[in-house]
Design a protein around this ligand. Structure first.
Ligand SMILES: Cc1ncc(COP(=O)(O)O)c(C=O)c1O
Length: 391
């Protein structure tokens, strides 16, 4: 029986950006835009929504989310890319070396290549197993006397691979190498504990699994991280100085921040704490099991990366025999109205690693906590229909 195609879209592209958002997010930003001038540290507020208070509160919430003691070490940025760039460009110079994983997004791999070309910064990949999971005991093989930083994505945006972050952190601590986590696909849906995981840097955007808006991001810096600032300008405080006030967070927060994004984060983090990260992760694991299970039953489908839901997230890339990713993408979007992402996903290294570059990448679906079950079932039915002739 043919599937019934909905008039609207079925949204399975949460790895690009989360949708839908919790109702509390749209309510909060609508109310804020109607009620208050959107800046912080630069004005006086005479209404209940006070951006200064909200900014301080969201710093505390983000610190709690990653078990950091000092909220002043949470910096507001504009995206994960912004956070990562701040640390890489502010830390690494001529003659330095860094470690990354084979599954990095361009937010890491492009700065790594750029720094290699412009500053002679070298990098190596940490050894990994066939699922792309780093093997902590083998990290020492690629460490050099000038290794200044290790940077990995917690969850791969191509294969969903979850890195064994606590074990990697323990080994990097032993080797005395600062550890940066790109938590773009994990903040809000996987436990992150800067102490237990020995993390020095956590970077995440607001608009993915933190369920808030694009144009917002967070950066955590441990005491030993002292990157040079990326932007220099007005901070709203100490206007008499011609240099940046040295204290955190303002040292890294020149310019008017994305106050609306911060207000959205207050609402989305409230939602995440109420639901709990554990429950969100459990639902993600169930969704992952359901989609992987369905895809594995079908003829001609090859899944990119691990097939065990215990070590991967529902960021699921796959190919179907007889279709290029582009053809399959067009079919899913145009005929079946499934929002998803095809191609190389800004992560050509990951596709290289999994051998999918020659096909032009893969098609990726990424259901998440707020995806209705029926939409996941619809996608499974669509794939059954698409592959019916391959049996
Ligand atoms: C693993 C990973 N890192 C970094 C980013 C960059 O996020 P943003 O574009 O919000 O800066 C993404 C976005 O897809 C990602 O998946």
């Amino acid at each position: 029986m043919a599937v019934t195609i909905p008039e609207g879209q079925v949204y399975l592209d949460n790895a690009s950006t989360s949708f839908p958002k919790p109702d509390a997010v749209s309510d909060a930003i609508g109310e804020a835009v109607r009620t208050v001038g959107l800046t912080t540290g630069r004005g006086t507020y005479f209404c209940e929504i006070n951006p200064d208070d909200i900014t301080a509160k969201v710093r505390r919430m983000l610190a709690r989310l990653i078990n950091a003691d000092n909220p002043r070490r949470i910096i507001f940025t504009y995206s994960a890319t912004d956070s990562i760039n701040l640390v890489l460009f502010g830390t690494l110079g001529e003659g330095d070396h860094m470690l990354i994983s084979a599954l990095e997004h361009h937010a890491v791999s492009r700065p790594a290549h750029y720094l290699r070309e412009t500053r002679g910064v070298a990098f190596d990949l940490m050894p990994a197993d066939s699922d792309g999971r780093i093997i902590p005991e083998r990290i020492a093989e690629v460490v050099k006397p000038n290794t200044r930083l290790a940077c990995i994505s917690h969850v791969s945006n191509v294969a969903g691979t979850i890195q064994p972050v606590a074990d990697i952190g323990a080994e990097l601590k032993r080797l005395d190498i600062p550890f940066m986590l790109d938590a773009s696909q994990s903040a809000g849906c996987h436990a992150i504990d800067v102490k237990a995981m020995n993390l020095d840097v956590v970077a995440a955007p607001g608009h993915k699994s933190l369920l808030a808006l694009p144009g917002s991001g967070m950066l955590y810096l441990s005491e030993r991280m002292k990157p040079a600032p990326f932007r220099v300008g007005g901070t709203g405080v100490k206007s008499e100085l011609y240099h940046l006030p040295p204290e955190l967070p303002v040292y890294y927060e020149s310019g008017t921040p994305n106050v609306l994004g911060i207000i959205a984060l207050e609402a989305s983090l409230g939602f995440i704490f109420k639901e709990t990260v554990d429950a969100i992760e459990r639902r993600h694991q169930r969704l992952c099991g359901r989609v992987l299970g369905a895809l594995q039953e079908l003829p001609g489908v090859s899944i990119v990366g691990p097939t065990d839901p215990a070590i991967r997230a529902p960021v699921i890339s796959f190919n179907v025999e007889g279709f290029s990713p582009k053809e399959l993408s067009e079919l899913l979007a145009e005929k079946y109205h499934v929002a998803h992402r095809g191609g190389l996903h800004c992560a050509p290294m990951a596709h290289e690693f999994f051998g999918t570059t020659e096909y032009g990448g893969a098609v990726r679906v990424s259901p998440a906590f707020l995806t209705p079950d029926e939409e996941v079932e619809y996608f499974c039915d669509v794939l059954e229909e698409v592959t019916a002739d391959l049996a």
